[in-house]
Design a protein around this ligand. Structure first.
Ligand SMILES: [Ca+2]
Ligand SMILES: [Ca+2]
Ligand SMILES: [Ca+2]
Length: 573
């Protein structure tokens, strides 16, 4: 649905533009006759993931069924009803293949599940039980690199015939290479000595995670085979790690986003679709949206990609001071407005880079400090973040614990971002019945001398203060119930998922985020007071005036000529 404005059309005609240029005018500023700015989109809405809300689980921290301190498949299966009740329709599992590390991003065996998490039968049961509840499951796939303990690497180091080029070897260390995300040469960071082969190998993420040689057909075929294996187990797709670094074509900038890399992912997508046309691939390409959009390759490439900008801009207006120091990789902060304009800019950038719903917005993931920590444990701000996430278009992702505002003990190590899920107010937080916690077991942190556990002590400081699922479920005003209402509303309104047109009303109070989503199914208005402490009075656009059912509360609400929103108040019509 498109609403063209005569004023704009006439100014376009003044310059004698061609028909092509005149087909999609977009207003730059709102005017009295058109008090909104508008984006129109044409979305393919037939694919299941376009309406999905994914929940990222860190399996080791979610639920421990046997009490050994590590979460497991049976534990996750026990919690599927919880996720269904929350309204989740997809699960992203961080790595579940056998690996030596606690995090699993260094695969040792592609064809076996992580033994700490249970058996293959436990895994298959988890998939079946998820599907029974209408929940899809995608696995985390790291194809750029594998563990240096994987047999391929050992064979390659020993020059076993056929395996010589599985990795990227050099006799001399190339002096001008460096980390793929930094223009500074730093050859020792990426070229690692191997004593067996007496040569250097490339490992963008360190010596224990050597890069595979994805320019070699036999390697590509092996990785396609492993994708086939898991698709046949019934998984619904993959979250693809570090896609930007697949194929290097030389020193920086040819270590990232190369043509070879784009082609590799397009070919991988085609392979996956040949096995299961409904499987979904979502890319972790941690960079600007214009580059991220390229991985779509005009519909032949990846299905979706994370919108890393989204969480950043939310933090930028909720806690600008934290945004300045937040670790958001290479994202440029130029142009951020520290207010609602951020959100509008993000939608425009998504639209400019690809069909808008190619992008998967989220607040934070396992590689970032938890949003609640970055928002300084301010529950009001967390509610605003939830409101803007759950009403934005695209496939949405949330990180386990975000629904209860899980924070973190401290910063400085990834483990603090990946802590035990807080289910109940018990001493074990409902994680298990033994009080064993992997975070307190030194064996997972071999690089730490005299590892001291911290989680059990940290939990004691939180216990009894409303930081668990159980406590928040019992409180109508909790963040958890706010999320639940938002998710339900989104799941019931496809216009929120993939509008044909989004109208942004820059009303006379900068704290008010007001958009009208329009599709052939109807209209959904979203009104959010972005201020966590102050009420916000604004002049209501004529089109919104009147009495409607407010979807989060289910009750009728009248919007007069002027309305005052309470701090954080969110209305969806
Ligand atoms: Ca366990
Ligand atoms: Ca293991
Ligand atoms: Ca690579």
């Amino acid at each position: 649905m498109k609403a063209f404005v005569p004023l704009l059309l006439s100014s376009t005609l003044l310059f004698g533009c061609s028909h092509q240029e005149a087909t999609a005018p977009e207003s730059k500023t709102a005017t009295a006759s058109q008090p909104y700015q508008s984006i129109t989109t044409q979305e393919d809405t037939s694919q299941w993931w376009k309406s999905a809300i994914f929940y990222e689980i860190w399996p080791r921290s979610f639920q421990d069924s046997d009490g050994d301190g590590s979460g497991d498949f049976k534990g996750m299966t026990n919690k599927l009803d919880y996720l269904k009740d929350l309204g989740i329709t997809g699960i992203w599992l961080t790595p579940v293949f056998e690996a030596p590390s606690y995090h699993g991003y260094d695969f040792q065996d592609f064809y076996n599940v992580e033994s700490d998490y249970g058996s293959m039968a436990d895994f298959e049961h988890f998939i079946q039980e998820s599907h029974k509840r209408g929940i899809k499951v995608i696995l985390d796939l790291v194809l750029n690199h594998i563990s240096d303990k994987h047999e391929w690497f050992i064979k390659s180091a020993n020059k076993v015939p056929g395996y010589e080029d599985y990795f990227i070897w050099r006799d001399d260390r190339p002096a001008d290479w460096g980390q793929a995300w930094s223009p500074k040469p730093n050859p020792t960071a990426v070229w690692h000595w191997n004593e067996t082969r007496k040569a250097y190998y490339y490992g963008a993420f360190g010596g224990t995670q050597p890069d595979l040689n994805l320019a070699k057909k036999v390697v590509v075929d092996e990785l396609n085979k492993l994708a086939t294996f898991w698709l046949k187990k019934g998984v619904d797709g993959f979250r693809l790690d570090a896609v930007r670094y697949a194929i290097e074509e030389g020193k920086f900038p040819l270590q990232a986003d190369t043509q070879g890399t784009l082609d590799y992912w397009t070919a991988f997508t085609q392979h996956v679709k040949s096995i299961n046309p409904d499987a979904m691939l979502v890319a972790e390409a941690w960079t600007g949206l214009d580059i991220v959009g390229k991985y779509r390759n005009n519909g032949k490439g990846l299905d979706s990609a994370f919108d890393f900008d989204f969480g950043y801009i939310v933090i930028d207006f909720l806690n600008p001071k934290a945004a300045k120091s937040a670790d958001f990789g290479t994202l440029s902060t130029t142009g951020l407005k520290q207010n609602r304009e951020n959100l509008w800019m993000n939608l425009q950038n998504r639209k400019a880079a690809a069909p808008m719903t190619y992008f998967s917005p989220f607040l934070t993931n396992h590689d970032q400090n938890r949003i609640m920590h970055t928002l300084e444990n301010d529950m009001a701000k967390a509610k605003i973040a939830a409101s803007v996430l759950m009403t934005t278009p695209g496939t949405l992702y949330m990180y386990y614990g975000e629904e209860i505002g899980m924070s973190q003990f401290k910063t400085g190590d990834d483990q603090y971002r990946r802590a035990i899920m807080q289910w109940s107010e018990e001493n074990t937080a409902g994680f298990n019945t033994t009080g064993n916690f992997w975070l307190d077991q030194g064996k997972w942190f071999p690089w730490v001398k005299d590892h001291k556990g911290w989680w059990a002590d940290y939990w004691k400081t939180l216990q009894g203060t409303g930081n668990s699922v159980a406590a928040q479920a019992a409180d109508e005003n909790s963040l958890y119930n706010h999320y639940k209402r938002l998710i339900k509303t989104r799941n019931e309104n496809t216009t929120l998922m993939y509008p044909d047109e989004i109208r942004y009303y820059p009303v006379d109070n900068v704290d008010v985020w007001l958009v009208e989503n329009i599709s052939e199914k109807g209209t959904n208005w979203v009104v959010v007071n972005l201020n966590p402490t102050q009420s916000a009075t604004f002049t209501v656009p004529k089109a919104l005036q009147g009495t409607r059912k407010e979807l989060l509360t289910g009750s009728k609400k009248t919007m007069g000529a002027s309305v005052t929103l309470k701090p954080t108040e969110t209305l969806v019509f």
